[in-house]
Design a protein around this ligand. Structure first.
Ligand code: GAR
Length: 193
């Protein structure tokens, strides 16, 4: 990635739509000495996202825009990110698809975590589809975001074995535990740390 780590940390925004367990793991990571990023902003399209509570808990700025009018919401968001000097974005359970125009403005500086071994199972219901196809393994992927859904350059993946009596819930839980480790590792890798 063509970002210079310099002396100060990369000002990063995390986008969420729900629980925010990956957000929590990223916040914890960002507070370690080795972290190249600092989390300065939390964005959600969902006012009821549980993860928004971390904004208060960790004293991080937050903003909610409902994305009903995507163009308008994205333009407002770009303005807010700009005035907060945000340099990088981590999508963490963010369930809206960003427009080409938005992605272009942060080209090569948006990361996403996806609960499958990409390029397998892009999009939604990954665990259900992996189980239906009787996969032996699934996992999670951290990748750079480009204009095609779940298709940008893969930074890091973690394989997870699917057990005999695996359910969507048990697999999701197992993979989530690995996601919390993978996202920070992928960020370190991206910055050659
Ligand atoms: C995570 O499993 C993440 O990989 C997935 O949503 C969950 C969010 O959990 N993301 C996607 O499916 C993106 N298409 P969290 O809110 O507890 O971090």
């Amino acid at each position: 990635m063509v970002l210079s780590t310099g002396h100060s940390k990369i000002r990063t925004a995390v986008f969420i739509s729900g629980t925010g367990s990956n957000l929590k793991s990223l916040i914890k990571f960002s507070k370690t000495i080795k972290s190249p990023i600092s989390i300065e902003f939390i964005f959600s399209n969902n006012l009821k996202a549980k993860g928004l509570n971390y904004a208060k808990l960790y004293k991080i700025k937050k903003k909610v825009l409902n994305f009903k009018n995507k163009n308008l919401s994205e333009n407002k968001l770009l303005y807010i990110l700009n005035i907060n000097n945000i340099e990088m974005i981590c999508l963490a359970g963010f369930m809206k698809i960003l427009s080409k125009n938005f992605i272009k403005k942060f080209k090569g500086k948006i990361l996403n975590i996806h609960p499958s071994l990409l390029p397998k199972y892009k999009g939604l219901n990954t665990h259900k589809r992996a189980l239906k196809n009787k996969e032996k393994y699934s996992g999670c992927t951290v990748h750079l975001v480009n204009s095609r859904l779940d298709s940008g350059r893969i930074v890091l993946q973690k394989k997870v074995k699917i057990s005999k009596n695996e359910t969507v819930a048990s697999l999701a839980k197992k993979i989530l535990v690995q996601e919390h480790k993978l996202y920070p590792k992928a960020i370190l890798k991206l910055f050659n740390l």
